[in-house]
Design a protein around this ligand. Structure first.
Ligand SMILES: C[S@@+](CC[C@H](N)C(=O)[O-])C[C@H]1O[C@@H](n2cnc3c(N)ncnc32)[C@H](O)[C@@H]1O
Length: 433
């Protein structure tokens, strides 16, 4: 498999052909639909011999919906392919070589059930030629929307929420222009919190009707409207208003209770988030007389447990709503030993000497100046949590070049079963002179 939805084949000239609709080991008849010279893309038309790793997806929409691109691959094969993908990225992009990469990367850790693990789904909105609105899951093709009754990745306790929200908003959109761009549903089995977040353009909005219709349909604990400006993909926020209930969503991660507002990042797999915290704490083992740093800290998934164990924590997060969530979570937890700074991790790099450090950047990885600043730290260890093996590998190569810290363990964690995505926790330890 590739780090993507496709399987990898080679044509008679040995060039790579990415094949959609196939899994590793399949024999298929496929047609090339994109030729880029050095590589090509093909679509499988007919399965002539099924791979022993092929399974019947648990969800009937898996072929059309974009949410589960690896659902036709057995879970064991997914786990192997993810670990192999991390090894390959470290060997090639990280320039660590195959032998060292193989020794560094442990087998994939699976935090729990590979279905029903998500605490969040996002519904796409489509309008037909007559302006009628339908809501559904993002399809495999650009702009496709697939109507579903439930999502097999969403926590079973809330599996009906997708149908209820799609129905209620589809009905209301028939008589009101909601200016809807997408809808987020966050559901917690632990707190029973259920939040519906409507992403819209700013402007007039039937607040009371939306709150009433959604309230009747599924009794959410919170309904919020996130007003967005600029291009939809940029997700720039013009304002957030609470239409009913709490105005935020609550979840329990290990021993910590957290509240998160709709635009803020929160791991979609709660058990997976717990596993990450466990691995990070185990690797760093922060002590009461030590100082910790948490860069790209979000609403505090690592900050809170770090603050329980270390003497002091410097935390940096650039996104305003997440910084507010972090401060509120620290206050609710009664933790006063954290300096929570809002701003870019490079520009606001804490002017302090840390003993242990957590970094958990977005997919783009660490800016080069952040790797340099981290390398100047006297810390004994850094835990690098990554959601992209390629940028992790690039950053590890930068650490190696500077030479102050070396990766000593890379643990892939399966936060996103049925997809090609993989999270990793890398322990970097101070290099011996
Ligand atoms: C993968 S999330 C991790 C959040 C948190 N550690 C958690 O587990 O919930 C990455 C976070 O980095 C923040 N971020 C993105 N770019 C940043 C930057 N340049 N400086 C600081 N934070 C940034 C995002 O807003 C997001 O909250």
């Amino acid at each position: 498999m590739t780090y993507g939805p496709d399987a990898l084949a080679h044509d008679t000239d040995g060039r790579a052909v990415f094949v959609s609709g196939a899994v590793v080991g399949d024999r298929v008849r496929a047609v090339i639909d994109r030729d880029e010279g050095r590589w090509a893309h093909a679509a499988a038309l007919e399965l002539t011999e099924a791979s022993p790793e092929r399974v019947v997806p648990r969800c009937p929409h898996a072929g059309a919906c974009g949410g589960c691109p690896w659902a036709a691959l057995s879970y064991e094969a997914q786990a192997r392919a993810k670990r192999d993908g991390v090894v390959d990225a470290l060997a090639r992009i990280g320039r660590l070589g195959t032998e060292r990469a193989e020794a560094l990367v442990s087998p994939l850790v699976s935090p729990g059930d590979p279905w029903g693990y998500r605490n969040k789904v996002e519904l796409a909105v489509a309008r037909d030629a007559r302006g009628r609105v339908t809501l559904g899951m993002h399809g495999r093709g650009e702009g496709d929307v697939v109507q579903v009754k439930s999502c097999a990745l969403l926590d079973k306790a809330h599996s009906g929420a997708v149908k209820s929200v799609s129905g209620a908003l589809g009905y209301l959109a028939g008589s009101h222009d909601l200016q809807l761009e997408r809808v987020g549903i966050r559901a917690s089995r632990r707190t029973r919190d259920l939040e519906v977040a409507l992403w819209t353009r700013p402007g007039a909005f039937p607040r009371a009707q939306v709150a009433k219709v959604l309230g009747d349909a599924l009794r959410p604990t919170s309904v919020v409207r996130v007003m967005q400006k600029g291009p939809a993909k940029a997700r720039r926020i013009a304002g957030v208003e609470c239409l009913s209930g709490a105005g935020s969503w609550g979840e329990v991660v290990g021993a910590e209770s957290m509240r998160v507002s709709a635009p803020s990042f929160f791991q979609v797999n709660t058990r997976g988030a717990e596993k990450l915290v466990e691995l990070v704490m185990e690797a760093l083992d922060p002590q009461a007389d030590e100082e910790a740093m948490d860069l790209y800290c979000g609403a505090g998934t690592f900050t809170l447990p770090l603050a329980r164990r270390a003497g002091f924590v410097s935390a940096v997060e650039s996104y305003g709503p997440a910084v507010r969530d972090l401060r509120r979570n620290l206050e609710r937890a009664g933790l006063g030993n954290v300096d929570a700074v809002g701003g870019d991790a490079g520009r606001e790099f804490p002017d302090t000497d840390a003993d242990v450090i957590v970094v958990d950047p977005p997919r783009a990885g660490l800016a080069a100046d952040v790797v340099s600043r981290l390398s100047e730290q006297p810390a004994r260890a850094i835990a690098y949590v990554s959601c992209d093996p390629a940028t992790l590998a690039r950053d590890l190569a930068r650490f190696e070049e500077i030479g102050a810290f070396r990766p000593t363990r890379v643990t892939p964690v399966d936060l996103f079963p049925q997809t090609y995505h993989v999270e990793t926790v890398t322990l970097l330890e101070r290099a011996r002179a």
